[in-house]
Design a protein around this ligand. Structure first.
Ligand code: TXE
Length: 501
């Protein structure tokens, strides 16, 4: 695409806050500038929400919830609107993928193959739930009583999302919340607000009524904190880092809002000696360096059985060095820049920490070029289990390798992390695979595969990876509240006096 066309595309993204179905500037006139991580240069300047704007957005969401403009539609009407959102995402997929690449830095091929289809899938899948929010009847021990549940939306939902998968995060949070009849205030990351703003326009086009979804990009300390602490937000979904999560949990105490927290990870990837080596190798490279390692489920701790460790490590280094690094739009690029200079510096500092702790840097660790926020994909060896790089989430392209002997040892070391989000196990031994999956303290285990996501499958962590499940049937539970209704059926004139049975 010519640079003039590209400028026109970026210029066509909405630049304002989307509140109550209308586009407006922040009350204070504040703006924020998003950068293109591949060049480090400004990409777009957009309105930055502050407390007063979040107040306005929550008030709009509350009105939209209370007056029933969303829940008052029939389930089938809501279902069709959400399905239509999925279709509109597909219609605009090329533009959205390009904007995502410019704003986030990820390779365009990944944006097209992963981000766009998954974003659409969340609306297609969750649209089906609108017509299936059933209550139940309970066999209570009170004679001649009928007790049943109504499954009701929780109300106004706040959603604070990060920058690593901006459109997927927006879609996968909005779709189930809306399917259940809630109204939403979504705060995208200040680093990557553009595709969420485009999505807001698609929601309106699909027929989501005014005020049902409000999108307020802004900084975490202002807009994010205002949303987390707002007394009229009934549920808050936060995806981000553990340090921020502590503030969010504290802020939520004001009105005891319910929380879903999807935080970091430190995914172990265990390769037994009988594994399909080529498949495991490919998955380790993709899992460690896909999205520049900026994944909560990225392969960060690669446990290799001692019989294959040496060969695997050599092949891993060779495959890592073959990755084509560059600006996401370039043909064949597999590895782009990190999200920001600050984040690149932080990830880079971990390479220094690893060296200081005695690790060997087998490849990577340095910046390949001056422009943009690039850092080469990095493989470490000789890392001890109690090293900081073994314990702390780096959230970048740094894979540490370890040797192990037997399954008990691999499981114990894999579990020795404060995090528990995802893990991967590679073996041809079916019994071993099931047993390891059962014993790992994580929310998701991929066996002989990696990074499988589907709107139908739950996603959530244990330990410091957070709590709650934001996707699929389990998310439906979290976005709804069962209300128990009791009826004494013996009190009507017609039935009074009839014998109980
Ligand atoms: O995330 P933050 P950052 C991890 C990863 C990374 C670290 C820091 O380890 O290195 O977090 O990244 C909003 N109240 N993950 O600083 O701060 C913020 O505006 C309310 C893991 O980018 O957690 C953004 O919208 N909200 C992760 C969102 O929180 C606040 C994805 C995430 O930002 C806030 C990203 C506040 N006080 C980072 N401060 C994953 N699990 O996928 C910030 N925010």
């Amino acid at each position: 695409m010519e640079s003039r066309e590209l400028d026109a595309l970026v210029a066509s993204v909405p630049r304002q806050l989307f509140i109550d179905g209308r586009w407006s500037d922040a009350a204070s006139g504040s703006h924020l500038t998003t950068l293109n991580p591949a060049t480090g240069r400004p990409l777009a300047e957009i309105a930055a929400a502050e407390t007063a704007d979040v107040e306005r957005a929550v008030a709009a969401a509350r009105r939209a919830f209370d007056d029933g403009r969303w829940t008052g539609l029939t389930p089938m009407q809501r279902s069709r609107i959400l399905w239509r959102v999925g279709e509109l995402i597909e219609r605009d997929a090329d533009q959205l993928a390009l904007i995502e690449t410019l704003d986030n830095g990820k390779p365009l091929s990944s944006a097209k193959k992963v981000d766009l289809p998954q974003a659409a899938q969340h609306f297609f899948y969750h649209s089906g739930w609108c017509t299936k929010l059933e209550g139940e009847t309970m066999p209570v021990s009170w004679p001649r009583h009928l007790a049943y549940t109504l499954r009701e939306p929780v109300g106004v939902v706040g959603q604070i999302i990060p920058w690593n998968y901006p459109l997927i995060m927006a879609a996968r949070n909005l779709a189930p919340a809306l399917a259940c009849g809630n109204t939403v205030v979504l705060k995208p990351s200040e680093e990557t607000p553009l595709t969420a703003l485009w999505l807001a326009r698609l929601l309106a086009e699909a027929g989501v009524p005014e005020g049902v979804v409000n999108v307020v990009p802004g900084y975490g300390r202002t807009a994010g904190a205002a949303l987390a602490g707002h007394p009229d937000v009934d549920r808050l979904v936060f995806t981000g880092g553990v340090v921020t999560a502590r503030d969010v949990v504290t802020a939520s105490a004001g009105n005891f809002k319910r929380l879903t927290l999807e935080l970091g990870g430190k995914a172990p990837f265990i390769v037994f000696a009988d594994a399909d080596m080529d498949a495991a190798l490919q998955a380790a490279v993709r899992g460690g360096f896909g999205n520049q390692g900026q994944n909560c489920c990225a392969v960060t701790r690669l446990y290799l059985h001692k019989d294959i460790a040496r060969e695997f490590r050599e092949k891993l280094v060779a495959a890592t060095e073959r990755l084509k690094i560059g600006e996401g739009r370039e043909e064949g690029v597999e590895f782009g820049p990190l999200i920001s200079a600050r984040h690149r510096d932080r990830v880079e500092s971990y390479v220094g920490i690893a060296r200081d702790e005695g690790a060997a840097v087998l490849t990577g660790g340095e910046r390949p070029q001056a422009d943009g926020f690039f850092l080469k994909p990095t493989v470490l060896a000789g890392v001890t289990d109690d090293a900081r790089v073994s314990k702390e989430e780096i959230f970048g392209p740094v894979v540490a390798t370890y040797d192990f002997d037997g399954p008990g040892e691999a499981i114990a070391r894999a579990n020795s992390s404060p995090y528990g989000l995802a893990a991967s196990v590679w073996t041809q031994d079916l019994s071993l695979a099931h047993e390891v999956a059962r014993r790992l303290r994580v929310g998701c285990v991929w066996t002989n595969c990696f990074s499988r996501f589907d709107a139908a499958a739950p996603w959530g962590g244990v330990k410091q990876s957070g709590y709650g499940t934001g996707i699929g049937r389990h998310a439906i539970e979290e976005y709804t509240q069962p209300k128990a209704v009791w009826i004494d059926t013996a009190t009507g004139d017609a039935v009074r006096g009839l014998p109980a049975f």
